[in-house]
Write a protein of this length. Sequence first.
Length: 246
Amino acid sequence: MSGHSKWANIKNKKEKTDAQRGKVFTKIGREIAIAVKEGGGPDPVNNSKLRDVIAKAKAANMPNDNINRSIKKAAGEGSSVNYEEITYEGYGPGNMAVIVQVLTDNRNRIAAEMRHIFDKSGGNLGASGCVGWMFDKKGLIVIERGALMDEDEVMMAALDAGAEDFVAQDDAFEVYTSPSDFSAVRESLENAGYTFFSAEVQMIPQNTVNISDKETAEKVERFLDNLDDNDDVQEVFHNAVLPEDD
């Protein structure tokens, strides 16, 4: 891993999404629908993809009633709604590299909307793979760090479960895994009683771009907000490091 902490970006993202909880739950509901249809049905015992999405939902503080309702809805939908997974890549303000993952029922509409958002920000929507090579696909589990938690104990639990790397931060522990080992590591740590701030497979930048100019930082914030406000957008990964708020 690079020396840059990914938790700062996750924490910033969580603080924003907490104010838009309903939108976040709707997006996770779509992921549940995909997991039920493609992962092996509505029973998480037999569907590892669904178990992973449920863990993500719990980390986002999605109530169990909402989770169960989304699973039942997905199981009863049949072929009435078919979401397509599409990934867009490009450059945003400050020459930041951006990967946007969407779930949509209208490929033409979302393509036009993505192009508009990128163009409006002064960025460029590129071809598939144009920035993907700058990122590594990794499982990232962020464990809430309690005052009495022993760092070595958590690290050994993570590594024994199959984690590739472990990084201790002031308020969290970052556990990195290969995508194929993510489910097993997450379930092992969950069963050990650890509470997660975040648990999902992410595209993690190999290098970062520091955005120090205030005007550019504001453009980046608006750009990311516009992406997040789009109902079809599920995840946004980027390599920009914004200045911390005073």
